[in-house]
Design a protein around this ligand. Sequence first.
Ligand SMILES: Cc1cc2nc3c(=O)[nH]c(=O)nc-3n(C[C@H](O)[C@H](O)[C@H](O)COP(=O)(O)OP(=O)(O)OC[C@H]3O[C@@H](n4cnc5c(N)ncnc54)[C@H](O)[C@@H]3O)c2cc1C
Length: 345
Amino acid sequence: MAKKRGIWVFGDYRNYFQNRITLQLLSRARELAAKIDAEVCAVVFGHWTDEWVDDALSHNPTFCGVVGEYIAHGADKVYLTDHPRLAAYSMETYAVLMERLAKREKPEMILIGATAFGREFAPRVAKRLGTGLTADCIGLDINPEGLLVQMAPSFGGNLIAEILTPERRPQIATVRPGTFQEIPHDYVRTGKVVKVPLPKDLTADRVRLVRSERLPQREQKLEDAKVVVCGGRGLGSKKKFAKLSELAELLGGEVGATRPVVYADWIDHDALVGQAGKQIRPQILFSFGISGAIQHTAACNGAKFVIAVNKNPNAAMMKQADVAVVADASQVCTTLIQELKRRIR
Ligand SMILES: Cc1cc2nc3c(=O)[nH]c(=O)nc-3n(C[C@H](O)[C@H](O)[C@H](O)COP(=O)(O)OP(=O)(O)OC[C@H]3O[C@@H](n4cnc5c(N)ncnc54)[C@H](O)[C@@H]3O)c2cc1C
């Protein structure tokens, strides 16, 4: 029987409980696989990959930890290289491992999260395999010829290009976190684990990890937040912008920002929402002092309910909002905070 084509998902399991990108990709990979009768494979390089075992995962004791979780979320097979040398993520080593495995197994597609690591890792893998790469996709589908349709913003975000890789294999894409929704876990699902030994001839990394430090962790990821409080230049100053954090905290949400605000250093780049930043899909989006440029709004289309505050009733963001408040953004934010503090006990 002919071997099934593989749709591979790079298993980025760092900061696992908050970082859901791999699970989101597995979910979409399942839908794509159904269209071309392929199998979904997760590829995991690391060490202590079963470190994450806890009671919630012990339903499937054979495949626990990261492997069990990926199978429960849609992988039919997991390629696993677990070795002390892989304890810290290494661009060079991981690219070599992925190249060798892909040359051996010949996957049809490789999907990688467009995280800071994925954005550096994917082009190196593509170059080594002599194939194309579509970066920062916001959609994936299969066309009638069975090719991966890779949807990515282009021309400054004014167009969504549908990119194909008709000749080279594998078809490689990085996908923005938050683009797809993970499917609920199913710990009864079973899958196959293929243990891949670390090659003996790996050369030493040119880059050495001297020290790593975890940044203070957000409560949740912006792209997964149910409530996002987003601020733009219209807030007027860093001090006024900082009030958004207080509002977000009261609402159990996260703070997002536009590019001018990030460039002005009112908040770090992590909070950027838009073509160059995160894709969000909250239940409620607050938009304070934001004009509504396409490069920003393209990443907010998944928001269920939008409340915009702007001095200009004709701002594009106001036109898209479910509730449009014509007022000073900072004042509305302050009033909301006071009102919530009064009501929440
Ligand atoms: C290639 C490219 C990529 C880009 N990527 C991104 C991206 O990822 N994310 C992103 O956000 N942008 C991105 N941009 C920039 C984008 O085009 C816009 O310039 C940006 O989104 C505008 O941010 P803003 O709404 O905060 O500022 P502005 O456009 O300056 O809007 C400020 C708004 O605040 C209102 N306002 C002013 N004073 C007040 C007040 N006191 N109270 C209430 N409202 C007030 C104004 O009426 C106005 O509508 C990109 C641009 C390019 C070319």
